[in-house]
Design a protein. Structure first.
Length: 543
């Protein structure tokens, strides 16, 4: 890939500034940078979904490109074909075979040798494309992917539209790998993978005969796969290519920054010394004036080579407070039952009983599709139980974090998203600034924000509610490592009550959780890290 003089702005915000870079093919390349640095935007330019203001990205040869986004779009919600047929169509083998057969039939009807030669040439090109997709080995390759991706056999006959969001993501990923593109664009591919499946995908990608561009906050995953790293600097709006994985890049950047910092300090001291001599001698006798002039020349030379240290990237500043204290039991569930299809014989949630005392931090675990997110939606009133009761205690103030920030209005601007809290203009800007939204960011529509930016905006709204009961559905999805750590520290010291669904074992284990609800059984057990990890894997396998 060749990037030439690439520049892009959104309003007054610069994303890329005159970038020129050549990226080699047949490499596994990590695309890194903080949330909002332009990683997903870079993918959209490659896919021609966005046009840069200036410059271009082009490939020296024709490339088959496939893209796995962070969140699967709604098109699969209306997809009527079976999972297996959807996977099988990842390679256009049947289509190509039919086209070749149709062309052969046409050659029989033709008498003009030139027309026949044209058709035979076209057949030859189609046959070359068909051979690329390895029609005789393709189904075997697909079955290997189905097995390795832990896609249960009972799902293969189901219609795509009937799958859960996590299951659709996993099926879409398997189809993407099966499609055999020259360039894979993967945006947070491990969000829905358990340990076993991630191990399979890791080995598959390491041995993949093509180019991979990979965005991920899963640093061990990046380190295992990638051979080169591109760093997108949000401060300078530049890209830099490093040889080696993320760990090597991080080490090189740190060493360089330390080296430049030391050099900068030394140069500043030398500059100050020269300026003092010049100020002292410039109006003296001829000898002193000559010394001053000599130092002025040295100062000019020094200023030409003085280094500029890298501007430190700001981090989100999150502070969670509760307003009033809730009653002794802010939440009680008694015999709660629910099913989406009212004609179905089996309930999704059956006889769920739960009583959470004030200040408890409580975890919900279970396989995907068993109703964890559904239970949270029942509690916050987005759904109603078919049987049983949900009691919210007096003086209980709830703040709800939805897994994909679906409670944000996508047509609002960032600023409009928090105007329900009746803050002054200065207060609104101060709050949003703590979550790294500045100047032109404030007037962006929610629908153009990256998943990480939407997550930060949802967190900003949580902090403004001063709730005493936090209901959080996968709060670390789409967030960088630094922001995850900041959230964990805040939740650990939060004086109120927390009800949490999370796949992030490392995040969960330091929050002080004592008990957990296991779905679908409805069993409540003491917190056990090994058991949580096991359910985490089971959960992701269902995705």
């Amino acid at each position: 890939m060749v990037i030439k003089n690439l520049s892009l702005t959104f309003g007054l915000e610069t994303i890329f500034d005159d970038i020129t870079l050549t990226i080699p093919d047949q490499e596994k390349i990590a695309i890194t940078g903080v949330n909002g640095a332009g990683k997903t935007t870079f993918f959209k330019i490659i896919l021609k979904e966005l046009e840069p203001d200036h410059g271009s990205i082009y490939f020296p040869k024709k490339m088959r490109i496939s893209y796995l986004p962070q969140t699967i779009d709604d098109s699969l919600s209306n997809e009527d074909m079976s999972v297996f047929d959807y996977l099988l169509k990842g390679r256009p083998i049947q289509k190509l075979e039919q086209e070749i057969a149709n062309l052969y039939e046409k050659t029989v009807e033709l008498k003009d040798n030139k027309e026949i030669d044209k058709l035979l040439s076209k057949i030859s090109n189609l046959q070359t494309e068909l051979d690329f997709y390895e029609p005789y080995q393709a189904e075997s390759e697909l079955l290997k992917l189905i097995d390795g991706m832990q896609i249960d056999s009972h799902l293969l006959d189901q219609k795509i539209k009937s799958l859960s969001g996590g299951q659709k993501s996993k099926v879409a990923f398997a189809r993407l790998l099966y499609s055999k593109p020259d360039l894979l664009l993967l945006d947070e591919p491990t969000n829905h993978l358990d340990h076993t499946t991630k191990g399979f995908v890791t080995e598959y990608l390491k041995n993949y005969r093509g180019t991979i561009y990979l965005i991920s906050h899963d640093i061990p995953f990046l380190n295992e796969i990638t051979t080169k790293t591109i760093y997108l600097d949000k401060c300078t709006h530049k890209m830099e290519l490093f040889h080696g994985n993320y760990e090597k890049m991080e080490k090189l950047v740190k060493e360089r920054e330390e080296r430049l910092e030391k050099l900068s300090i030394k140069q500043q001291k030398e500059k100050q010394k020269l300026e003092e001599i010049i100020a002292r001698y410039i109006r003296g006798n001829e000898k002193k004036a000559n010394i001053a002039k000599d130092r002025q020349k040295k100062l000019a030379r020094l200023e030409e080579v003085m280094v500029t240290t890298t501007q430190k990237q700001k981090k989100a500043s999150i502070q969670l407070h509760q307003g009033r204290e809730s009653t002794k039991y802010p939440l009680k569930l008694e015999n709660v039952c629910f099913k989406y299809d009212k004609n179905a014989k089996k309930y999704l949630l059956y006889n769920i009983n739960l009583q959470i005392p004030r200040q408890e931090k409580f975890l919900i675990v279970g396989e995907n599709g068993v109703g964890k997110s559904t239970l949270l939606k029942l509690i916050v009133g987005l759904l109603s139980p078919d049987q049983g009761t949900i009691t919210i205690g007096p003086k209980t103030d709830i703040a709800y974090y939805a897994q994909e920030q679906e409670n944000l209005n996508i047509d609002d601007t960032v600023l409009e998203s928090i105007q329900e809290f009746s803050l002054t203009s200065r207060q609104e800007k101060a709050v949003l600034g703590k979550f790294l939204f500045y100047e032109d960011d404030l007037y962006k529509k929610v629908k153009v924000l990256s998943p990480g930016e939407r997550a930060r905006l949802s967190l900003a709204k949580i902090t403004l509610q001063n709730a005493n009961l936090l209901i959080l559905d996968e709060p670390t999805n789409h967030l960088d490592k630094d922001t995850q750590e900041i959230i964990a520290n805040n939740l650990k010291t939060f004086p109120g009550t927390i009800l949490l669904v999370s796949h992030n074992t490392a995040f969960v284990k330091n929050l002080g959780i004592k008990r957990m609800l296991i779905l679908p059984s409805g069993t409540i057990k003491d917190y056990n890290e090994e058991l949580v990890s096991w359910y985490e894997e089971k959960n992701k396998k269902e995705k």
